[in-house]
Write a protein that binds this ligand. Structure first.
Ligand SMILES: Cc1cn([C@H]2C[C@H](O)[C@@H](COP(=O)(O)OP(=O)(O)O[C@H]3O[C@@H](C)C(=O)[C@@H](O)[C@H]3O)O2)c(=O)[nH]c1=O
Length: 183
């Protein structure tokens, strides 16, 4: 397993070992011991999520505030997405900065999005199955969202030639200046 910090150093891209043979492949998609060693301490996941989206769908940018902040271990098992994290911690020197990376069924990459970061993704393939583990339960009253296209964040989303498809909730998300943030 190879772990590479992104330009937001707390956000990690994780490349598991993939054992390919005539039958297909085998990979450990989660190993508590290895993951804890990589993060330098124990992390407990309490929920597994699966979403399916078609090309051009953009989900995000989402987070949950304390006391229900979530760390997320995310991956794609069918298709390809451009995945993004944004630092939402007001006291961070990187507040409002973003990191983006491609996750796909082909590259087997996962990403660790720690608590305190907003998360979202744009689907680049015809369909994408997105799987993720979270360190806290879904808590809609603690949900926060920030606009995917806020110019002060300035995410460089890959061009698809069509406007992304967003949920009504995401279309109504506030700019960074008005978004709820972490201390
Ligand atoms: C996230 C979530 C949603 N739901 C329900 C609420 C709603 O009726 C339906 C769809 O919810 P949403 O529109 O919020 O789903 P979605 O836009 O896919 O939300 C997700 O986006 C990505 C980017 C994340 O990082 C996730 O943490 C989560 O916020 O599913 C749950 O029951 N449990 C959950 O954990």
């Amino acid at each position: 397993m190879q772990i590479t910090p992104t330009r937001l150093p707390e956000v990690l891209v994780i490349e598991p070992k993939v054992f390919g043979d005539d039958r297909g492949f085998f990979t450990e998609s989660f190993n508590q011991r290895v993951f804890d060693a990589a993060l330098g301490g124990p992390t407990t996941f309490v929920q597994d999520n699966h979403s399916r989206s078609v090309r051009g769908v953009l989900r995000g940018l989402h987070y949950q505030l304390d006391p229900h902040a979530q760390g997320k271990l995310v991956r794609v098992v069918a298709g390809k997405v451009f995945d993004v994290a944004v630092d939402m911690r007001r006291s961070s020197p990187r507040f409002g900065q973003w990191a983006g990376f491609e996750l796909s069924a082909e590259n087997h990459r996962m990403a660790w999005i720690p608590p305190g970061f907003a998360h979202g993704f744009l689907v680049l393939s015809e369909v994408a199955d997105f799987l993720y583990k979270t360190t806290d339960y879904y808590a809609p009253a603690s949900e926060g969202a920030v606009r995917w296209d806020d110019p002060t964040i300035g995410i460089e989303w890959p061009a698809l030639g069509v406007a992304p498809t967003l949920s009504p909730k995401d279309l109504a998300a506030p700019q960074l200046a008005d978004a709820k943030h972490f201390a």
